[in-house]
Design a protein. Structure first.
Length: 62
């Protein structure tokens, strides 16, 4: 497994496998993501506080 760090600003996307993940909104340490799958499904995450995540969980998601 390779770990990557990606800095995004709202509106920017990164492809992770067959998912296109877009940073929708940032308010302090709270973020919301939009995930689009190649099969056509779309989903918005509930806003979450990324500062409460453990560093290894953030790294595993990159």
């Amino acid at each position: 497994m390779q770990l990557h760090h990606v800095d995004l600003v709202p509106g920017e996307s990164v492809r992770v496998g067959n998912l296109l993940v877009t940073l929708v909104e940032v308010q302090g340490s709270t973020v919301q993501l939009h995930v689009h799958d190649d099969d056509g499904s779309d989903d918005f995450s509930d806003p979450f506080d990324y500062s409460s995540l453990q560093p290894e969980l953030i790294s595993a998601a990159d």
